[in-house]
Design a protein around this ligand. Structure first.
Ligand SMILES: *Cc1c(COP(=O)(O)O)cnc(C)c1O
Ligand SMILES: [Zn+2]
Length: 422
């Protein structure tokens, strides 16, 4: 296992971990899997499904050999993350206009309520193995909640920098409740990153943002798990939302691993969906440009996607190239309406996650995705992560909500309730 710079290809051993290369490029983790007996490994992954009290009961550490083989078990900080449901939803299939199975992978069922747990367990475990007690991130929400949870579990400290606008109060409350020091500042996500990139060494802080390549390794487990649950037969398409683009990067990496080991024969195509107000990556791809132009005024109601200058765009581009992938953008209205359907399917998700279902619907309408092709949408966060969004949609005056479910005022009288039920 080694670190390789995405820009200049310089190689660094993992014990000399630094977040970025001296050239400014991001590091990628490369494993040497040439000695792995794939059939043996598949059996090991299968046997671990019956573990309960060991680190291998985790839906991330179950795949340790492909994520962080050299880490001594004593450093593993796990809350048995992953192990999330994979649901075939007839309601969503009909909403998106498909003739084939549509699966939803509910990363919303993770312990802190989002897929950030898949990566954070690995980052915090790695930080501990280097002797760190203090962890930091800057985040619009779910990264902080996840970090605060794992830092608490590891008996460490977390310092969370939060831009003072466009955040979900639920996520900040969760972060505070786990005991993190939350520092709200005037500025953007990028300002936060620049600050601790400069000072993390002096302050003894281990950085847990998405530029941390160990998080990406952990997030690969999402697609491993989908593949394992479907007996190593992936659907034709994997649909994923994009903000900082760490998850689409991990998805591409995970798919390459599965293909290289011969676990899957055909690599599914990836569809990356961004919110229209913050779609610099989609605009770059659609416009045929070779450099990303940051979004100067990012705004979307799907706050987890509100990242105007995604640091991992070069890695994300590789996923598109390797999977013959596509990108699209959807409006906030499309996102919130799709969310209403995911919620009433009984599965539920936060706004950012519903971008996948809205995107799948749009791509089927545009005939980019065929009605007869199967797809899995990755639901990234829990429905209770943004209760304001629920209130605005169902109880608010908003004329934008197409499928609100209003509270009914009634007398507790048999006739009145009876008429309602008839
Ligand atoms: C972080 C997050 C995203 C975006 O993932 P990236 O890796 O930043 O592209 C999407 N949805 C939710 C709920 C998130 O927390
Ligand atoms: Zn470099």
């Amino acid at each position: 296992m080694k670190l390789v710079c995405v820009d200049c290809s310089k190689e660094v051993p993992t014990h000399l971990f630094d977040y970025q290369c001296t050239c400014g490029g991001l590091f990628d983790i490369i494993h040497d899997t040439s000695d792995i007996d794939a059939e043996w490994l598949k059996r090991v992954f299968h046997e671990r499904l019956s573990e309960r009290m060991t680190p291998y009961a985790s839906g991330v550490w179950r795949y340790k050999e492909l994520i962080f083989p050299g880490l001594p078990e004593e450093y593993i900080t796990t809350k048995y993350e992953g192990n999330t449901g994979l649901y075939a939803s007839a309601l969503i299939q009909s909403y998106v206009g498909s003739n084939s199975k549509v699966w939803l992978k509910a990363q919303s069922e993770n312990p802190s309520g989002s897929f950030k747990d898949n990566g954070m367990t690995v980052a915090v475990s790695h930080g501990r193995s280097l002797g760190y007690q203090r962890f930091t991130c800057t985040s619009t929400g779910n990264t902080s909640s996840s970090l605060a949870m794992y830092a608490a579990l590891a008996d460490g400290e977390s310092y969370v920098f939060v831009p003072n606008k466009n955040i979900s109060l639920n996520k900040v409350m969760q972060t505070l409740a786990y005991g993190a020091k939350v520092i709200s500042f005037e500025g953007t996500y990028d300002d936060g990153i620049r600050f601790y990139e400069q000072y993390s060494k002096e302050l003894g802080l281990y950085i847990c943002n998405s530029i941390n390549p160990f998080r990406i390794e952990g997030q690969k487990s999402i697609v491993y798990e989908i593949a394992q649950y479907l007996n190593w037969n992936l659907p034709d398409w994997v649909v994923i939302p994009g903000g900082a683009l760490s998850n689409v990067t991990a998805l591409g990496k995970g798919l390459q691993d599965l293909k290289n080991l011969g676990f899957i024969e055909k690599v599914p195509r990836v569809a990356l969906v961004q919110a229209e107000g913050v779609s610099p990556f989609h605009r770059m791809v659609a416009g045929g440009h070779t450099e990303l132009t940051p979004e100067p005024n990012p705004y979307t109601r799907a706050s987890a996607l509100n990242i105007g200058n995604p640091p991992s765009w070069k890695k994300a581009l590789r996923t598109l190239e390797e999977t013959n992938g596509v990108t699209c953008s959807v409006t906030d209205q499309e996102i919130l309406d799709a969310k209403a359907w995911v919620d009433k399917s009984g599965i539920g998700c936060e706004p950012a996650s519903a971008a996948t279902v809205a995107g799948l619907r749009k791509l089927i309408a545009e005939q980019v995705i065929d009605k007869d092709e199967t797809a899995v949408c990755i639901l990234t966060g829990n429905m209770l992560k943004d209760t304001d969004a629920l209130q605005e949609y169902h109880l608010g005056e908003s004329t934008q909500a197409s499928y609100p479910n209003k509270i009914v005022l009634a007398q507790l009288a048999f006739e009145e309730i009876g008429a309602m039920l008839s």
